[in-house]
Design a binder for this molecule. Structure first.
Ligand code: NAP
Length: 272
């Protein structure tokens, strides 16, 4: 792709950002559709200055990642209602010199899970109480699902359940639950926790659908055990892909080229 005087610029702001797969994914999508757009990574420490810079330079949109997903909120001109409930944005659209904030993590999670089951009226056990679990929880409520939250630290499970207006159980009791789906929204299954599982394998028969948002490795221990149990499994790549597709669609108004984006992610996923 030729970068010229008319190229429209997008990017990601966060710290660190050097590991991000978003530049590869979005640039592949722009190229596939022949769009004169480019996407780069901006390591940012001064959020206010960076946001002023987006407007000043005419940058069209950015992804927002850790640790700035909450810090950008006071600077936004509009915030999508679900993003406001979540209290975090991962996407900014810059339009008419104004900043518009969205959260596509919940859109990505809902789309990924909805490929395996009907969300409306379903019961989901949500494991985790961090930033991802919160976005997924509010997204499931939007879709009309009933949620039970559990987490290693019970106080955080209780706080998330209070915010969502749903039930919670201590992690030790979660294996006895039955629900239509289980979502692992914790770090268990990746990095130093790659050989661990959030629930014992014997409990997985209680959940016809098992989704893991960890994407490195793609086949976590949890998903391997769920597959062996006969559950329908949803891997973390699906949420990653669909949250990116929703960003692409917010920025361009065009349908995202999913297969190009999926293949780009698959080719560059970190090897655990
Ligand atoms: P976070 O805010 O730091 O929350 C971490 C969560 O993991 C907490 O619920 C924490 O429980 C739990 N946890 C950590 N270590 C644990 C352990 N040894 N045993 C049990 N629970 C443990 O992180 P996050 O941003 O929500 O991200 C969570 C995971 O989601 C990460 O692996 C990240 O890579 C992945 N992710 C995937 C996508 C995607 O698109 N697929 C998007 C975002 C994030 P405590 O409260 O007890 O500490």
């Amino acid at each position: 792709m030729t970068i010229d005087a008319k190229t429209e610029l997008y990017g990601i702001i966060g710290n660190p950002v050097a590991h991000s797969l978003s530049p590869l994914m979005h640039n592949a999508a722009f190229a596939a559709l022949g769009l004169n757009k480019a996407y780069v990574a901006f390591p940012v420490t001064d959020v206010a200055a960076a946001l002023a810079g987006l407007k000043a330079l005419g940058i069209r949109g950015v992804s927002v990642t850790i640790p700035h997903k909450q810090a950008v909120l006071p600077y936004l001109d509009t915030i999508d209602p679900v993003a406001a409930k979540i209290g975090a944005v991962n996407t900014l659209v810059v339009r008419d010199n104004a900043l518009h904030g969205y959260n596509t993590d919940w859109l990505g999670a809902n789309r990924a899970l909805s490929e395996a089951m009907e969300l409306k009226g379903s019961h989901v056990l949500l494991i985790g109480a961090g930033g991802s679990a919160k976005a997924i929880g509010f997204g499931l409520l939007e879709a009309g699902a009933k949620i039970t939250v559990t987490n290693r630290t019970s106080d955080k499970a209780a706080a998330l359940a209070a915010a969502l207006g749903c039930a919670w159980v201590p992690l030790a009791e979660a294996a006895a639950l039955r629900a239509d789906a289980l979502i692992n929204a914790t770090a268990v299954g990746m990095g130093p926790l790659a050989h661990e599982m959030v629930l014992p394998a014997v409990a997985l028969a209680n959940f016809p659908v098992v989704m893991d948002i960890v994407y490195a490795p793609l086949e976590t221990r949890l998903l391997a055990a769920a597959r062996a149990t006969g559950c329908t499994v949803v891997d973390g790549l699906a949420m990653l892909l669909y949250q990116g597709a929703a960003q692409f669609e917010l920025w361009t108004g065009m349908t995202a080229p999913l297969e190009v984006m999926r293949q780009t992610l698959l080719a560059h996923l970190p090897r655990p």
